[in-house]
Design a binder for this molecule. Structure first.
Ligand SMILES: *Cc1c(COP(=O)(O)O)cnc(C)c1O
Length: 393
């Protein structure tokens, strides 16, 4: 079984580039050139240097002693929360801004829901002095004011989108429209392993640094580069793709993605795409998505804005379908409990997204010598208000 994308951009039956004809030239230019560019020695040199000196990589692999004692098994945390800007997202935006430069692009567009990807994009545009336009649903602009302010301070233009539900999907449509109208000078930075080929593969390759580091760090600390299992939360699926990437062919390593169940998978307020979804086309990719009987996308819900996405990357749809990875889910309530546990056992306040992966520890059955790696995708600063409201400090 091959878990990598094929030449046509498919992972099994999922993926592809379901784009309007008017976007063909944009996508074709990327598709033809992305591999040649990102594996050129000049690109690799600059990418590696920025990851080290700007992002702060390698991120530590930390043996969580008190959390391990609590669960009676060895737990290691991959500390993506310690990256500049507080999550794994910068690994991808650094890669894409370098790619955009090599393609001769002078303007960047992006869409954002919670604003995290918008901030990561505005950050690298500031770093490179490149013009940045971020599309954001008008409802999200209101809900995510601190991130909107950050983007503006970083020099980006934030464009509120008033069509549809005024959320992420509408912002995505607007970004695609912009790209069609500006095919020559503009690069569109997508923030997860979603969208038309080659984005899912390209973003997975940029995030693959996570599993590349886990391998040598685990070997250094335990004498074995292979853990028993790896847990990661899944929204679009980029931090999970990065944490799984170099273990895909190591069949003995259990790969576990954790989706956001929201208020429960039996309610309408959920974002557990693989659990409640069905195949369809979203964001120009064939994948699993949440839709009603008429094929209309249903609005997702999760306490964590970063997992609040009605689809999932095609790679995960394929790993799910083939059984190579397992997908669990955690409810808002379970997530808050897990967040408090790690905070008080390890002194690490996690992002709500990352706490989904931690919540799944409650559901795992551990054997004595198991080694479990949890990808801690981000830090909890942005979620303090939610935590404080819930815990009432
Ligand atoms: C955006 C985000 C996620 C979800 O995105 P993926 O593409 O699924 O990784 C998870 N954790 C954090 C901290 C995020 O900011």
């Amino acid at each position: 079984m091959d878990y990598q994308v094929d030449e046509k951009g498919y992972y099994g039956e999922f993926g592809g580039a379901w784009i309007p004809e008017m976007m063909y030239s944009n996508i074709e230019e990327l598709r033809k050139r992305y591999l040649e560019i990102i594996y050129s020695s000049k690109f690799q040199e600059e990418f590696t240097s920025l990851l080290k000196n700007y992002v702060g990589r390698p991120s530590p692999l930390y043996f969580a002693k008190r959390l391990s004692a609590h669960y009676g098994t060895d737990i290691y945390l991959k500390r993506e929360d310690l990256n500049h800007t507080g999550s794994h997202k910068l690994n991808n935006t650094i890669g894409q801004i370098l790619l955009a430069e090599k393609l001769g692009k002078t303007r960047i567009i992006a869409e954002t829901g919670a604003g995290q990807h918008g901030v990561a994009t505005a950050t690298v545009c500031a770093l490179k002095g490149i013009k940045c336009v971020v599309y954001m649903g008008a409802l999200d602009v209101g809900r995510q004011a601190p991130n909107v302010k950050k983007m503006k301070m970083l020099g980006a233009e934030v464009v509120p989108v008033y069509s549809g539900n005024k959320t992420l999907k509408d912002a995505t449509n607007e970004a695609m429209r912009d790209w069609i109208n500006n095919p020559v000078d503009t690069h569109y930075i997508i923030g997860s392993v979603v969208g038309p080929h080659p984005y899912p593969d390209m973003v997975a390759r940029f995030q693959a640094i996570i599993s590349e580091e886990i391998k040598w760090q685990l070997d250094e600390q335990t004498g074995n580069e292979l853990p028993t299992r790896i847990l990661a939360c899944v929204g679009g699926g980029s931090n999970a793709a990065g944490a799984f990437y170099h273990f895909l062919e190591d069949r003995e390593v259990e790969l576990i993605g954790v989706e956001a169940a929201g208020k429960g998978i039996d309610t309408n307020e959920t974002a557990a795409t693989l659990t409640v979804g069905s195949p369809g086309v979203l964001h120009a990719s064939k994948t699993m998505l949440m839709q009603n009987a008429d094929g209309q996308i249903t609005e997702p819900y999760s306490i964590s804005a970063g997992l609040d996405y009605p689809g999932i990357g095609p790679m995960h749809a394929h790993l799910f379908k083939t059984g190579r990875a397992k997908y669990l889910y955690a409810t808002d309530k379970e997530v808050l409990t897990a967040a408090l546990l790690i905070t008080q056992k390890e002194g690490i306040i996690p992002a709500l997204e990352s706490a989904h992966a931690l919540a799944a520890l409650e559901k795992a059955e551990f054997a004595k010598d198991d080694v479990t790696v949890v990808n801690l995708s981000g830090r909890g600063d942005k979620d303090m208000e939610t935590y404080l409201n819930y815990f009432g400090y």
